[in-house]
Design a protein around this ligand. Structure first.
Ligand code: HAM
Length: 420
């Protein structure tokens, strides 16, 4: 038997309703904040990610699904959405359009990681990006969107952790301090981190190896090295979060695993869902647009993992979206009745009513049992006599009350009962 690749998932109809609920909530909340949906390819030139996400990140070094196409081009299944959105902004000339440009996306992503609860190789993200504003007002409104989506989903027990990792003017001082600190214990670091010590020492801070993360605990903190502008940006953002009554914790250990961040970084953590507890991560990336060949254009964004949101909803006891049940089921007996059930269900469905009838050739008793199992609100027993006379009896399954009706007026009756 052929099985699905390790780290991927089948999303069965029972779970699709949770996905749809999250996607609908994300879409409507984002649009209230002025965001518009963008779609882009699920594979891109490999260079987009190696330059955008950063060559020395775990994502690029260890986790990308990269392949060569028939023309010898190196392509990669997207490990995230930000680099693609930036590419699309540049390629479509949107960088000189009306600002702020606020975009959101619902995408699948691919990372070759060790699968566990809340971590898979194909996973799903809701992401949002704001282009054009360098002011902490943008960071604050972005965090407000993430917070609104999480609370609209009924997720409680989350903590917002924020930090600032500085900008190109204060980074060199911090980098020197890091190199000094890690050099004293370089022989204990993993092989990748020993190489990172010279190329990108900040990436040692998010290495997943237990020894490196233990050493990182005592490393210098970005917040102690911020320049005046970065300090003011961070303090102002905190005051804007206070103004919206959004609770947060300043957490100097948040550095994020992708290279493009400048200044603000943040994560929403839901500790009760286990080791993979970050349900949302994001931050500011003022240098990425120019790094990828566009103009200087400040930006910030976040992405949430949809399967982690589902785990968090379950842990919070959030109500699952209602599964749709048939408004009416037509049980049939005889050939004329069968033809009549097809035509009447078609008319009902055209009016937006969920109507069902037998397609299995079952006995009347088995049809009634089936109607009960699917939770149909009303049933109609149609025999050839009913099909000929044009009248039938509609039974309310909740209280067994019966109403005799013209078959042609069943649609009006059900539409009224269902308030359609
Ligand atoms: P990220 O932190 O790599 O950031 O991913 C964002 C979220 O995607 C994580 O917080 C997590 O909920 C989910 N996620 C990541 N990897 C997996 C996985 N293997 N399995 C399940 N869920 C996962 C980014 O992707 C950035 N592009 C976010 C961003 C947008 N920054 C600025 N704009």
């Amino acid at each position: 038997m052929i099985k699905k690749p390790r780290g991927t998932m089948d999303i069965l109809p029972e779970e699709v309703s949770s996905f749809l609920h999250i996607e609908n909530t994300a879409r409507s909340t984002a649009s209230n904040f002025g965001f518009r949906e963008i779609r882009f390819p699920c594979f891109e030139a490999t260079e987009l990610f190696s330059r955008g996400v950063g060559n020395s990140t775990d994502v690029v070094q260890k986790e990308m699904y990269t392949f060569t196409d028939r023309e010898g081009r190196s392509l990669t299944l997207r490990p995230e959405g930000t680099a693609s959105v930036v590419r699309s902004m540049i390629e479509n000339g949107r960088c000189s359009g009306l600002m702020p440009d606020r975009l959101f996306y619902l995408i699948n992503c691919f990372r070759y990681e060790k699968p566990q609860a809340g971590r898979s190789r194909e996973f799903f993200q809701f992401g949002a990006e704001i282009f054009g504003s360098a002011f902490p007002l943008a960071d604050a409104s972005l965090i407000s969107l993430a917070d609104s989506v999480i609370s609209s989903l009924g997720i409680s027990d989350t903590e917002l952790h924020i930090n600032s990792i500085g900008c190109p003017s204060c980074r060199p001082g911090y980098r020197d301090a890091l190199v000094k600190y890690f050099s004293s214990r370089s022989d204990e670091l993993c092989e990748s981190c020993r190489a990172r010590l010279n190329t990108n020492p900040m990436r040692i801070l998010d290495c997943k190896s237990p020894v490196c993360s233990e050493i990182s605990q005592g490393a210098p903190r970005t917040l102690d090295y911020l320049c005046d502008d970065c300090r003011t940006h961070f303090d102002t953002l905190c005051s804007y979060l206070d103004a919206q009554d959004i609770k947060y914790k300043v957490d100097p250990s948040i550095v994020r695993g992708l290279d493009y961040y400048t200044r603000t970084v943040f994560e929403f953590i839901c500790p009760v869902i286990g080791a993979q507890s970050t349900i949302c991560g994001g931050g500011r990336y003022d240098g990425l647009v120019s790094e990828l060949g566009g103009p200087e254009l400040p930006a910030c964004g976040f992405a949430m993992g949809i399967t982690r949101l589902i785990l968090a909803m379950k842990a919070s006891g959030a109500k699952d979206p209602d599964v749709r049940t048939p408004a009416v089921y037509f049980a049939t007996l005889g050939e004329k009745a069968r033809a009549c059930s097809l035509s009447i269900t078609r008319k009902l469905r055209e009016r937006g009513i969920y109507a069902d009838c037998d397609t299995m050739g079952r006995s009347l008793k088995a049809q009634m049992k089936y109607a009960d199992k699917t939770g149909a609100r009303f049933t109609v027993i149609l025999g050839d006599a009913e099909a000929e006379s044009g009248r039938a009896i509609l039974r309310d399954m909740a209280d067994s009350s019966q109403t005799e009706l013209e078959i042609d007026s069943i649609a009006d009756f059900i539409a009224k009962a269902e308030s359609i």
